[in-house]
Design a protein around this ligand. Structure first.
Ligand SMILES: *Cc1c(COP(=O)(O)O)cnc(C)c1O
Length: 354
């Protein structure tokens, strides 16, 4: 991040801030005034712009729409007690974005464009970063293929965009989740580790079926035997078994979550033992029945730390301990928030003050 980039800035004639109700913020529906765009053509990124958020013209033949060359990221900016704005672990999201890009035969974005784009966008839409407790500005980087060409091959042209959307606290009751053993999210050698569009499209139908049965989320299992727990599809899963933190290891079928990684580091620093390994369905269900599994939660940027209250498996419901009694996950969630909001020192250097 050395070169200061050339970008064209076109300001919105009027801010929508005054007509936005911050007490009513459904996730991902309200966008701030501006967005950032860069275009890839002739093997290089250019045409960097900040412009009013809104539709962009494109051909209905673009290959992103037909063949799914599309990737994204998700991170948050927090208004700290001092008034400063901090983006949490943005470098991890940058690295993961380019891992996703490589797998999908898309060009890497440069660190300058990714980071300076975010900094410039937040500067211009600074007032969109909420100050209330539990609020943040969600940042959505996205890249998609824009060649208007119906042949199946990697596109030559791409658009990179940064969108931001203010989000409120994710008050949620404990989740009722279903262990999915019919449909799959990812397989070895596939694209499960990438934040790429198709992974989410394929999960919508099984998710809708589970919702009809009264579940809030799915727990995906491995595509081969359905005996091992992988992740939740937009969040990773962490369990407490006999006082140890246990989480399915990251592999080609599991997304390497920043929240998961952060929680592992915080737990180890606190002296908790952490195991990253294969976790079988049987181990968890038996552990709930014997009382060895004392906590289970989903960990992700959007949801932060969300307790799991009930797990459904082949028609039977397994009920976990009352979430209000779970000191390990609530302690970690608090520590994580205190770092993000600058309430306690940031020993790991996770906050990037923009
Ligand atoms: C984004 C995502 C997560 C959570 O990752 P974070 O970096 O913690 O936000 C987990 N699983 C999948 C499939 C995801 O897309």
């Amino acid at each position: 991040m050395n070169d200061i980039l050339d970008m064209t800035i076109t300001k919105a004639a009027e801010s929508r801030l005054t007509v936005t109700d911050f007490s009513q913020l459904p996730f991902g529906k309200v966008f701030s005034d501006h967005m950032f765009i860069a275009e890839y053509d002739n093997c290089e990124w250019g045409n960097l712009q900040i412009l009013p958020y809104g539709p962009i013209p494109m051909s209905p033949a673009i290959s992103a729409l037909h063949y799914g060359q599309a990737i994204f990221e998700g991170m948050k900016a927090y208004r700290q007690e001092s008034g400063k704005i901090s983006v949490f672990r943005g470098d991890k999201n940058f690295e993961r974005f380019n891992k996703s890009a490589a797998r999908m035969s898309m060009p890497a974005i440069t660190k300058d464009i990714f980071m300076q784009g975010i900094a410039a966008l937040i500067e211009i839409d600074e007032r969109w970063v909420p100050a209330q407790e539990g609020y943040s500005l969600y940042i959505r980087p996205v890249m998609f293929a824009t060649d208007p060409y119906l042949g199946v091959r990697p596109s030559d042209k791409y658009t990179f965009a940064l969108l931001t959307t203010p989000t409120g606290p994710y008050y949620s009751k404990a989740l009722k989740v279903k262990i999915e053993t019919e449909f799959t999210r990812a397989d070895e050698g596939g694209v499960g580790f990438a934040k790429t569009a198709g992974n989410y499209a394929r999960s919508l139908y099984p998710f809708a079926e589970a919702q009809k049965e009264g579940f809030d989320q799915l727990i995906w299992t491995d595509a081969v035997s359905h005996e091992y727990i992988e992740e939740a599809g937009t969040a990773n899963l962490i369990f407490v078994i006999n006082g140890k933190l246990v989480t399915p290891s990251v592999r080609s079928t599991v997304l390497d979550g920043v929240t998961r990684d952060t929680i592992i580091m915080l737990a180890r620093k606190q002296g908790l033992e952490v195991e990253e390994r294969r976790v079988s369905v049987k181990e968890i269900l038996d552990g709930i029945e014997t009382g060895n599994v004392t906590d289970a939660f989903a960990a992700g940027t959007a949801a932060t730390v969300t307790p799991i209250g009930e797990i459904g498996y082949q028609g039977k419901i397994y009920t976990l301990t009352d979430p209000s009694t779970r000191t390990i996950s609530s302690g970690i969630a608090k520590m994580l928030n205190d770092i993000r909001y600058g309430i306690v020192p940031d020993e790991f250097g996770w906050n990037w003050i923009v």
